[in-house]
Write a protein of this length. Structure first.
Lengths: 518, 330
């Protein structure tokens, strides 16, 4: 039989087939939790539906709750049917998929649990031909991450005699500050090398975040403008209209800065601002992201007040509904100092971005759910049309604005000036040229978890964060968190349903800028 | 929508008028209107014949427009041989769910009888959207056999046909092979329909325990359901030979059945054991490897899906070229 040199599988057709995933299992710790039921299982089933998973693919779930394989399968069926997005539930396929689902009840702090898991994985390898390849998925409380990985190592599960790969996926948060992130990494890296550690940031798995790379490095027209000479400032907004939705106790400890900015938004910002990698390869892309994150200016304590705004929502009426303030939410202390809103002015100290402010804001109970990046270019250098309503000095002046919309209505808009044909004379009017991701590519967009799980199974860590990136982003936000922890704030300072505290508008106004309304 | 005299400038002017009207209607229609998005990513030529399931062709075209917004030019071969050329321009619009902006694609329809069909070629030259790829899906075997076909095909970056609907599929694939050898890009939906089968075979090979199995193969069997033997069987056999070796025995067995699909089973045999891939239900195939069985989805491959797969490959397809060469020689 002929073997091609570039592929171990001579039947493979890279132009038409899905990416090759070797036979493997996924072992989920915390399998009885929300994430498994709402995201992981629906994503894996959808991948099976699209034939992206190999024959014999298996899932092992483990948690404390006693359940049989059959009970676990039934529970997963119910949640897959409920949470699968934009897809049919194929009962015949589920029957086959469910045959590869197993459950082991146990206490993850008990070594006996890992012996049972090893026995289950060995059995699967023999019966379903998975070749010893296992992806461990830590969907547990973050405080268990290090100990679970250590137990994996102690039980001999981190290596496979037959040469199969072993990888671990870790959900955020990666520590609650720089020191704890370093400590977590120290313990995990004793068991597994960095190349087998996949720190998941589901924002990086979003199609539209990935499209930022395609937009920047697949085209030539924007990149020459992508610097301080042409760009006045950048606004990154991640707004949520909902409150803490029963997660008050967790959120009280985390806050907006830890929950969104330290991880998701700094990664998004790095994607927008990084240099082009020499080639599209996991380490090359991550090297550039890491380099960018290391270039973020670290604020001195005395600079924090001018560059960062902490907010917390208070009660308000939104439409005909009365909405509680954060301190009135279940599980939240009436004295809580938690940031439900954070707005930061970052600077990137490199040649490309020196002096360009990056305004990053996120918050709960804002007027709408929207995530976008707005790149505002400098105004035209000369007011040729000074008597027109769109002239640079008029209230209608509208410098070029490039908007990368992450969600909803994923797409890209470019605002520019055009001559208004109505009436006489040279009147300018801003118009928008839109690219709508969903309209131009009508096919279904994979969920972030589908993309990221498939990448981890394929051994592609491009969209996962690396330890040096985690540390760099903690370094950027830690002085702000420390300053906030050392001061008491008068909360609430914004009404639910508004665009955040007044101080946030003032922060931009000091540089002659204002928040756009997304 | 209006019937107009057939001059490219007039058709294009008519399209511009349509866009202005659509934009105006949108603005007047609603305070919350976000306008009309005019989307063109290619020129898509569709060759159909009058009375030959035009509804299915229009439906496939509408589906394709959602993912590949195009200037669609429908070339219709009229039943009446001496029918004059006629043309019209219109827009096809839809409002994506949950959005405020209507998306519209432009469509031109040119029709003529077989005696005048060749004159369509000169009209087309003025109607193709500039600077964008041109794809020609020739859905009609009569157009494929018409003298105008080659001239239209030469305007296209890629030509898509479906040999299984042709009166002499073997002759068609010989022609396709010649065209590929000359550097033109052609695709055959009869080959595209085999992607799922081929992917399933490839998936079996991915299993560690099956690689040794494939090294020791004695023969393969393709079981099909209809006579005459479908072109798909020749393609699949040629594909196996292209991978395993030209001398590798691939037997073809007829197992008559009323099912709508043409291939029902693949069997790979060694001296010790078999691997069987069995399409027992419409949407599912089962792979049997000793005691292990795995299912995978074979979704209904309507024409729009098949063309969509081909639209995702706008460069050379070396595997198809290799297989076509073997199949056209057999």
């Amino acid at each position: 039989m002929k073997q091609t040199s570039d592929s171990a599988n001579p039947f493979h057709d890279a132009l038409r087939f899905e990416r090759r995933i070797p036979p493997c299992s996924v072992l989920i710790f915390g399998a009885n939790g929300d994430l498994t039921m709402r995201k992981l299982l629906p994503a894996l089933f959808r991948l099976a539906y699209e034939r992206k998973l190999p024959a014999g693919f298996s899932i092992v779930g483990t948690s404390r709750t006693p359940m049989t394989n059959e009970q676990f399968r039934e529970k997963m069926r119910v949640s897959v049917e409920k949470f699968i997005e934009n897809s049919p539930f194929d009962a015949a396929l589920w029957e086959d998929f469910a045959r590869g689902i197993f459950y082991v009840a146990g206490d993850i702090s008990d070594p006996a649990c890992y012996s049972a898991l090893k026995a289950q994985l060995d059995q699967i390898e023999t019966e379903r031909g998975t070749g010893g390849n296992v992806l461990f998925y830590l969907s547990t409380q973050p405080s268990f991450y290090a100990s679970v990985v250590e137990q994996i190592g102690a039980a001999g599960l981190a290596n496979h005699e037959g040469g199969g790969w072993r990888r671990v996926v870790i959900e955020k948060p990666f520590g609650h500050d720089l020191a704890s992130a370093q400590e977590l990494n120290r313990r995990i890296s004793k068991v597994l090398p960095e190349s087998d550690i996949y720190r998941i940031d589901h924002y990086l798995g979003k199609e539209t975040v990935q499209n930022v790379l395609a937009f920047r490095f697949g085209n030539t027209i924007f990149e020459p403008l992508w610097n301080r000479q042409y760009i006045s400032h950048v606004q990154v907004t991640a707004a949520e209209s909902i409150g803490v939705e029963g997660r008050g106790a967790y959120y009280q400890e985390a806050g907006a800065m830890r929950d969104m900015i330290q991880n998701h938004l700094l990664q998004v910002m790095a994607t927008v601002t990084m240099e082009a990698p020499p080639y599209f390869d996991s380490d090359a892309v991550r090297d550039e992201r890491a380099k960018l994150l290391r270039s973020i200016r670290i604020l001195k304590p005395e600079e924090v007040d001018a560059h960062a705004v902490k907010g917390q929502y208070g009660p308000a009426r939104i439409g005909s509904e009365s909405v509680p303030g954060f301190r009135q939410e279940t599980g939240v202390s009436p004295e809580a100092q938690t940031d439900t809103y954070a707005a930061i002015t970052f600077f990137i100290d490199n040649w490309r971005w020196a002096g360009v402010p990056f305004y990053v804001r996120t918050g709960k109970r804002l007027p709408k759910r929207v995530t976008d990046i707005a790149i505002r270019f400098h105004s035209a250098p000369l007011s040729l049309f000074s008597s027109s309503p769109g002239a640079a000095d008029s209230p209608l002046a509208a410098p070029n604005l490039l908007i990368l919309r992450i969600q909803p209505d994923e797409g890209i808009s470019l605002r520019f000036q055009s001559k208004d044909p109505s009436g006489g004379g040279m009147k300018l009017r801003p118009v928008s040229m839109d690219f709508n991701y969903g309209s131009s590519f009508g096919s279904r967009t994979p969920s972030a978890y589908e993309t990221l799980l498939l990448d981890a199974l394929a051994g592609d860590s491009t969209l996962y964060t690396r330890q040096d990136m985690v540390e760099a982003s903690w370094r950027a936000v830690e002085p702000i968190l420390n300053h906030w922890n050392n001061n008491k704030f008068e909360f609430p300072n914004y009404d639910a349903g508004s665009w955040g505290p007044k101080a946030s508008d003032e922060m931009l106004a000091r540089r002659g800028h204002e928040w756009r309304i997304p | 929508m209006s019937s107009i005299s057939v001059k490219p400038e007039q058709l294009l002017k008519d399209l511009s008028g349509l866009w202005m009207e659509l934009g105006k209607a949108e603005v007047e229609g609603s305070d919350r209107s976000a306008g009309v998005l005019r989307a063109v990513t290619m020129t898509f030529l569709l060759g159909v014949e009058e009375g030959d399931d035009e509804g299915a062709a229009s439906e496939a075209l509408a589906q394709l427009m959602h993912e590949h917004p195009s200037r669609a030019i429908v070339l219709k071969l009229s039943r009446q041989a001496d029918a004059e050329i006629s043309g019209r321009a219109f827009a096809q619009c839809w409002m994506p769910f949950g959005r405020r902006q209507q998306i519209c694609c432009e469509q031109i329809e040119l029709s003529a009888g077989s005696e005048n069909f060749k004159d369509i070629v000169s009209l087309l030259r003025g109607l193709i959207a500039p600077d964008l790829p041109v794809v020609f899906w020739c859905r009609s075997s009569r157009i494929f056999l018409h003298p105008a076909f080659e001239s239209i095909a030469l305007m296209a970056d890629k030509v898509i046909v479906d040999s299984r609907s042709h009166p002499d599929p073997h002759n068609s694939i010989r022609f396709l092979n010649q065209q590929l050898q000359r550097g033109h890009l052609y695709a055959d939906l009869t080959w595209t329909r085999l992607t799922r089968w081929r992917e399933t075979v490839s998936g079996v090979f991915e299993r560690m325990d099956c690689q040794a199995f494939f090294q020791n193969l004695n023969r393969a069997v393709i079981q099909y359901t209809h006579t005459p033997e479908p072109m798909a069987v020749s393609y699949l056999s040629a594909w196996m030979k292209s991978v395993i070796g030209l001398d590798f025995p691939v037997d073809r067995v007829l197992a008559p059945s009323e099912v709508s699909w043409q291939i029902s089973k693949l069997r790979f045999e060694t001296a010790l054991t078999d691997v069987v891939i069995d399409r027992s239900e419409k949407g599912i195939v089962e792979t049997h490897i000793q005691h292990f069985t795995a299912r995978s989805v074979f979704e209904v491959q309507d024409e729009a899906r098949l063309v969509r797969e081909e639209l995702s490959i706008l460069g050379r397809d070396p595997i198809f070229a290799r297989v076509l060469k073997i199949a056209s020689q057999s």
